[in-house]
Design a protein around this ligand. Structure first.
Ligand SMILES: *Cc1c(COP(=O)(O)O)cnc(C)c1O
Length: 447
């Protein structure tokens, strides 16, 4: 194509960089942060750049200019920052087009990514909706399930059933299935759709499923099956709802009960997907597959916001046979080519290496490095699964002092509630894993 902007491209002059103090003042005055008040009460650290597993700060904090990232930017940056392969995928796509609408048009990055997701997820999942965030992908999953039953002539099936302790995002339907107590959305319990809650699954990845719990769970599903469209859960690891692990056996129980009782099963793998728990998808621990599955977070290797809702042909065809034979959802930035191109590169990068070996290596490092935390006063539990390490306190963590203690060790952590936890990028070397463990212990001691 000829260059449409030649010859006289007006270029705005480069803005003058802010001094860190100026930047912080403007941030405080104008910018919302996650779960924050306005104006902000905590001073956020200013990050200037990031590379590998390190965040570079604009000014030293606790004597540190660089922090090893123990959070993978909320589970997403599994390959680390500024990765040459992902940068190249981004640049290549940027030079072709960063975005084009998805209504009536399609493009290779979206098709390639969708085909790849179908290939690597459990076999019955065949159709892919590319959404722009995890919460939206959960909204889409819920809409699919409700519409499936409406199309099947059973519009009364419109509630959801889940177990306590979950987290599914911050928009309306996802909020309604987050843990209703002590969670981030308790304030809204009166105005959210009222869903059906089972007790949280008993703790312990390796624990045998508790038959009494299993029976109660089945009975609850049976009692509400006439009004429930779907069971939605995070498989194996409940993330932001409390960092708890449960036996994969419960997922098999859900699959059987849902099949028997005409209820759809949704797995929210937004946090667990792409290897974090030691299986490519956590459903793999149980050997079951859901009717609808959400992935996000690590999908683009932490580069851009994108998530996907996958469903079976039964669900897709059911919707399309209905009185309204379309899925009425279509975000402006649906299937964004830039995000999709990076996502495909990220998935290829992951699958082209011994990711399971790396996750296991990090898990081993976390297990040995966090063992001493169990002896600390105020620590209630220490647990590790895949590349996730959790220290649970017997009290609410003092976020400011816990964060400071970690930063002093040269590590970035973001504790919440009674939890100091880490899920490092898979490229974190053994020395840095040890460093992260020292920081988790320091944060647990001082938090
Ligand atoms: C983070 C998360 C979400 C929400 O994803 P966003 O991209 O933050 O909207 C939903 N479900 C689970 C399990 C998550 O961990």
């Amino acid at each position: 194509m000829p260059d449409p902007y030649a010859p006289a491209l007006p270029r705005p002059t480069e803005p003058k960089p802010y001094a860190p103090a100026e930047l912080r003042a403007l941030d405080r005055a104008h910018v919302w942060h996650p779960y924050g008040p306005m104006p902000g009460r905590q001073e956020p650290l200013v990050v200037e750049s990031a590379s590998g597993v390190r965040l570079r700060l604009a000014e030293p904090a606790e004597g540190q200019r660089e922090l090893v990232d123990g959070m993978s930017s909320w589970w997403s940056a599994v390959h680390g920052y500024n990765h040459p392969v992902l940068n190249e995928a981004a640049r290549g796509q940027l030079d072709r087009m960063s975005h084009v609408m998805f209504g009536g048009l399609t493009h290779e990055p979206a098709v390639r990514l969708a085909a790849r997701l179908v290939e690597i997820t459990p076999e019955p999942l065949q159709h892919v909706f590319l959404a722009d965030s995890g919460s939206v992908s959960v909204e889409v999953a819920v809409k699919m399930c409700l519409q499936y039953w409406r199309s099947a002539g059973r519009p009364e099936k419109q509630r959801l059933l889940t177990w306590r302790g979950g987290y599914h995002g911050d928009t309306w339907q996802p909020m309604s299935v987050c843990d209703p107590e002590g969670g981030m959305h308790e304030l809204w319990s009166g105005s959210l759709p009222r869903q059906v809650f089972a007790d949280a699954p008993p703790d312990g990845f390796d624990a045998e499923p508790d038959p009494a719990y299993t029976t109660r769970l089945r009975e609850l599903i049976a009692r509400h099956a006439h009004e429930v469209a779907a069971v939605i859960v995070e498989p194996v690891v409940q993330g932001a709802g409390g960092m708890r692990f449960h036996s994969p056996g419960y997922l098999r129980v859900l699959r059987e009960a849902c099949d028997e009782l005409d209820v759809l099963l949704v797995f929210d793998e937004i946090a667990t997907g792409f290897g974090r728990t030691g299986e490519l998808f956590a459903a793999g621990h149980a050997g079951v597959s859901p009717d609808v599955m959400c992935v996000g977070k690590a999908l683009t290797g932490g580069y851009l916001t994108m998530a996907a809702t996958l469903c079976t042909s039964r669900v897709a065809e059911g919707i399309s046979r209905g009185e309204v034979p379309v899925l009425a959802h279509g975000p402006t930035f649906m299937a964004n080519p830039l995000a999709a191109a990076i996502a495909s590169a990220s998935v290829d990068l992951l699958l082209g290496q011994d990711w399971a070996g790396e996750v296991a290596r990090i898990g081993t490092g976390l297990r040995s490095g966090l063992a001493e935390a169990a002896e600390l006063p105020g620590v209630a539990d220490v647990r590790v699964l895949g590349a996730i390490g959790v220290v649970q306190l017997d009290h609410e963590v003092d976020m400011a002092s816990a964060t400071r203690a970690a930063v002093r060790e040269g590590v970035w952590l973001r504790p919440f509630r009674d939890l100091v936890y880490t899920m490092p990028p898979y490229v974190t070397g053994d020395d840095d894993v040890r460093r992260i463990c020292r920081a988790v212990c320091a944060a647990a001691r001082e938090g």
